[in-house]
Structures are given as C-alpha cells and as structure tokens.
Design a protein around this ligand. Structure first.
Ligand code: NAP
Length: 303
C-alpha cells in the first residue's frame, strides 16, 4: 500500500513510452490508477491488465482522482488535456493536485497553474530525466516546481516512479531545470561528435581514441553510452532526435523570454536540423554525428 494515507486515487493521462511504465509502477506501489489514452495501443491494454481502469476523457479521470498526472508530448498537448473541452480542469475537485510530468514550456506551465488555481486546483510541474529505462525501473530523476506543502503531499507518488526527487522552486522551476538538463545533454553530445569526427577524419582508430578520452577529464555519459553506439553504427533511439529538437526549441524560447544568449544550444539545434533533413528525426540523438559525417565525407565507425 502507498506509504501514507491521503491522496491515493491517481489519474494518469498519456500512456506513452514514459506514461505506461509509470502507471505500472504506481499500481505496483498500491495506488488506485484511473487512466486515459487518446489512442488504443498494446501498452495501454498492458496497463489495464495490470489493474488500471481506462476512462474516456481526461475530465472523467480527473473527477475520479485526488492527484492527476499528465505525461503527454508537447506544450499544446499539455494545455489541451488540462484546459481543453474535456480537460482535467472541468473534472477535478477543489484541493485536487495536477502534476504535469511532460517536458513543456515553463511559461505555459505558470499560465496553466494560474488557471487551475482559480478553481482551487493545485499544480506541480515535475518533468523527468532517466529515459524509458528509468521509467520502467522506477528510477527517474524528478525536478519539481510548485508549493512545498503540495510537494510534500505528493512525495509518496513521486517515490513510486523515481529516485532523485527535488523541489527546485515555484511553478515552472521544474521545467526550467529540465531545460538546463537538456542544455548539458545536447552540448555534450555536440562536443562528443566533434571529438570523434576529428579522430575519424585524421585517420585515427576511433575506438582507441574513444577509450583513451572516456576515462579522463573529457569523460561523460554521452561518451560512455552514446559513443560506443556510434562506433557500432547503432542509431536506434533511446531518446529521439525530434523530441530533443522539441526540447531545444523550449530552451531557446525560455532564453529568448529573458534575452539570454545560449549559442551552444543554437548550434546543437542547427546541427540536429541537418540530421532531421536527412531523414533522422526518429533516430536516437547519437545521430548528431551524421551531420559531421556528411561534411567530412567520412564515418566515425569501428575498424
Ligand atoms: P510518447 O511515447 O510519444 O507518448 C506521448 C503520450 O502523450 C501518448 O500517450 C499520446 O497519446 C499522448 N498525447 C500526445 N498529445 C496528446 C494530445 N494532444 N491529447 C491527448 N494525448 C496526447 O512520448 P514519451 O516518450 O512518453 O514522452 C512523454 C513526455 O516525456 C514528453 O514531453 C517527453 O519530452 C518527455 N520525456 C521523454 C523521455 C524519453 O526518453 N522518452 C525522457 C524524459 C522526458 P497517443 O498514444 O494517442 O499518441
């Protein structure tokens, strides 16, 4: 059973790559789960078989839940499921909590929180990092924005899905933190691509170079996890280029709002455009190297 009594009826809207395993972990932790997904998919049926009740609209889910989690793709999707015609706002009771765990705009998050507040509904923004594997294993890092008291009430719910759970500040602070995360991830990826490309274009054994630099001051998650995939020609997605591009647009939008220049991110975004134009939108983010390979006329592969 959940760690503490109180808000134990959970609604989950968006049973995608991330939302479906999160629902399974909530059920495993003993929470009652009501769910909604726009499309009937095998992973939706898997969540129902595990004990969730599937309802027809986000409004119905909200009406039957104390805490309503949304895990959808982008900002307009989050706005649609919360504020739209059959949205959460029309079903949730006063005192209910909406937790948006999608990666979306911090500014839109603040606006949605203000709309919910008018109806006495609380909101936390709680985007995650750790990928589909983190969602399956319940080891996500969760970055939260909102009120301390509301956060405290929701900790047992977060603990069912994640390991590192941090309240950063007020509404939007979780989303801004996630954008900081995406800056570090994408600019590291760019640095890795340039390093491997100079090695390949200089005729060096790229595998030896990768091993030599991975353990020193240049070491990173990107070099250790994505570097070997590039060398093996494995461009299957952990995290897709098109979702990375969505996040980089959010980063640049947030920076633009406060007139901050982030040239490293702009560069990564432009290079990912080259990859998307060449048909790589559904590939993993390690496909960034392809933008350099096209320029060099040479690939960074084993052997
Ligand atoms: P996904 O597999 O594409 O799932 C998206 C979910 O949102 C699906 O259930 C989809 O429903 C639903 N949805 C999208 N637009 C909707 C709308 N307008 N109305 C109703 N439902 C809608 O994506 P995901 O990988 O789970 O990602 C979800 C969020 O987590 C994104 O913001 C992503 O950036 C973030 N995230 C992803 C990862 C990762 O590794 N995948 C890691 C960290 C954060 P349908 O099934 O009907 O399409």
């Amino acid at each position: 059973m959940p760690a503490q009594p109180g808000k134990t009826r959970i609604g989950l809207i968006g049973l995608g790559i991330m939302g479906a395993p999160m629902a399974l972990n909530l059920l495993k932790a003993g929470f009652q789960v009501k769910a909604y997904n726009r499309t009937d998919r095998p992973r939706v049926r898997q969540v129902v078989e595990a004990g969730a009740e599937l309802l027809k609209t986000p409004r119905e889910v909200a009406a039957a839940s104390d805490i309503i989690i949304t895990m959808v793709t982008d900002t307009p999707d989050m706005e649609a499921v919360i504020l739209g015609e059959d949205g959460v706002i029309h079903g949730a009771a006063r005192g209910a909590v909406v937790i948006d765990m999608s990666t979306v705009s911090p500014r839109a998050t603040q606006q949605v929180a203000a709309e919910l507040e008018k109806k006495g509904i609380e909101m936390l923004d709680a985007p995650v990092s750790g990928g589909d594997v983190g969602a399956q294993n319940g080891t996500l890092s969760i970055m939260v924005g909102g009120d301390q008291q509301v956060f405290d009430e929701c900790v047992p719910v977060f603990e069912a899905m994640g390991k590192k759970i941090t309240l950063i500040g007020g509404h939007g602070a979780g989303q801004t933190t996630k954008l900081c995360n995406q800056i570090a991830v994408s600019v590291n990826n760019l640095a890795m691509s340039e390093a491997l490309m100079l090695a390949a274009a200089s005729g060096l054994d790229v595998e030896k170079v990768l091993n030599a630099i991975s353990g020193g001051a240049a070491g990173s998650w990107q070099l250790s996890n994505l570097g070997p995939r590039i060398l093996n020609g494995d461009f299957a997605p952990g995290f897709m280029v098109r979702l990375q591009q969505k996040d980089l647009k959010l980063v640049l939008g947030a920076a633009n709002d406060i007139k901050l220049a982030l040239p490293g991110v702009s560069l990564a975004h432009q290079y990912f455009n080259i990859v998307e134009r060449a048909g790589g939108a559904e590939e993993g983010t390690q496909a960034l190297i392809k933008a350099y390979e096209m320029q060099a006329g040479k690939q960074a592969r084993k052997g």
